[in-house]
Design a protein around this ligand. Structure first.
Ligand SMILES: Nc1ncnc2c1ncn2[C@@H]1O[C@H](COP(=O)(O)OP(=O)(O)OP(=O)(O)O)[C@@H](O)[C@H]1O
Length: 340
């Protein structure tokens, strides 16, 4: 069974350090939510409170509308997976997964059936009898996932589960975790500071900074409509344009505008709204080039913009360093913010 979770006005203080400041969240049954934010913003603390490994100073935590704020971790029925694989080194992969079930005094044949099913799910059937030291990092993390799922938890907590793995393994495990989560319909909360991970895996992202929630929404909402400069800057790349330049170039009425590098158009032909700019830097990024252009003004100085040009256009246009070009900032792609 999958459960809903509710965090209501939760604060946590460590001595004089405020780790969480009046945080409220609702997570639906079966939802995959990512807590995303820079180091020290309070993500892991929130996860620990949900698990019951720590208690909030203020606020309540509910599982399926039942107040569990004072319930010990063992009675909250969650599975958890950490960054460090944390497998028992002296037990085989199989016994690591079976461990929680043996503790529950489940019958041997039932344990066998369930553990076999889990090894099929993580596609590691052939490595069941190996010790953790005989498994790669990615394989160990898959065993850790199977172990977290073995007791059929009501929800799954993942604390940076992929950050110790190399890039390729990380990407394939992202997909595996997502498909297993969807297959089981299991409410899942994952802590990460990796924006790509959150954007590709989550149904909903909760962006945190300095102990508070800055914005929550689907990956598309967070990326396309960030509500404040912090979120705009933390997720993806972005150019900020100050109010003086906004007015000077007739861009928008806001105090601060922002535009993502891939939304800016670079060309050799002038448009009514385009600005003259010089190419100052070309950085090869594989499937696109990141080009830095400079729009100069004799009185108001330089405005540097990052522009992402897709690979095919790079090939046909052959932009050169130092070349004068036109940049167009489509008005509908400009995000406007009030400065604090
Ligand atoms: N047991 C503790 N004692 C004192 N301060 C703590 C404790 N745990 C966390 N903190 C502080 O609370 C704040 C939030 O920490 P937390 O671990 O939740 O951040 P985080 O977002 O998970 O960071 P990271 O991505 O680096 O793990 C930090 O300032 C941290 O130093």
């Amino acid at each position: 069974m999958s459960v809903s979770l509710k965090i209501s006005n939760v604060s946590k203080v460590f001595e004089k350090n405020i780790a969480l400041n009046n945080v409220s969240l609702e997570i639906q049954a079966g939802e995959f939510v990512c807590l995303l934010g820079p180091s020290g913003c309070g993500k892991s603390t929130l996860l620990r409170l949900i698990a019951g490994l720590d208690k909030p100073n203020e606020g309540r935590i509910y599982i399926n509308d039942r107040d569990v704020t004072n319930l010990p971790p063992a009675r909250r029925n969650f599975g958890i997976m950490f960054q460090s694989y944390a497998l028992f080194p002296n037990l085989t992969a199989y016994e690591n997964v079976a461990y929680g079930l043996r503790n529950k005094k489940m019958r041997n044949q039932d344990i066998e059936a369930r553990v076999d099913r889990l090894f099929k799910m993580i596609k590691l059937d052939s490595a069941k009898n190996r010790l953790p030291s005989q498994l790669s990092g990615g394989e160990q993390q898959r065993v850790a996932l199977a172990r977290a799922l073995a007791t059929e938890p009501d929800f799954l907590l993942l604390d940076e589960p992929l950050s110790a793995l190399d890039a390729k393994v990380r990407i394939s495990l992202r997909k595996e975790i997502c498909s297993i989560q969807k297959e089981l319909g299991l409410t899942t909360i994952m802590v990460t500071h990796d924006q790509d991970e959150a954007l590709t895996m989550a149904d909903r992202i909760i962006v945190m900074n300095k102990s508070v929630v800055m914005q929550e929404g689907t990956p598309e909402e967070i990326y396309e409509r960030p509500e404040n400069p912090f979120v705009a800057d933390f997720i993806g790349s972005i150019n900020f344009i100050d109010s003086q330049k906004c007015k000077l170039y007739n861009l928008c009425e806001h105090e601060k505008a922002a535009i993502r590098p891939e939304k800016i158009e670079l060309s050799r032909t002038e448009k009514e709204t385009s600005l003259r700019a010089q190419i100052r830097e070309i950085e090869f990024r594989g499937f696109y080039d990141r080009i830095t252009v400079c729009v100069s003004h004799v009185v108001h100085g330089d405005m540097f913009l990052l522009v992402d040009v897709p690979f095919r256009m790079v090939k046909t246009m052959q932009f050169q360093l130092g070349e004068m070009v036109y940049v167009n900032l489509p008005r509908e792609e400009l995000l406007g913010f009030k400065t604090a």
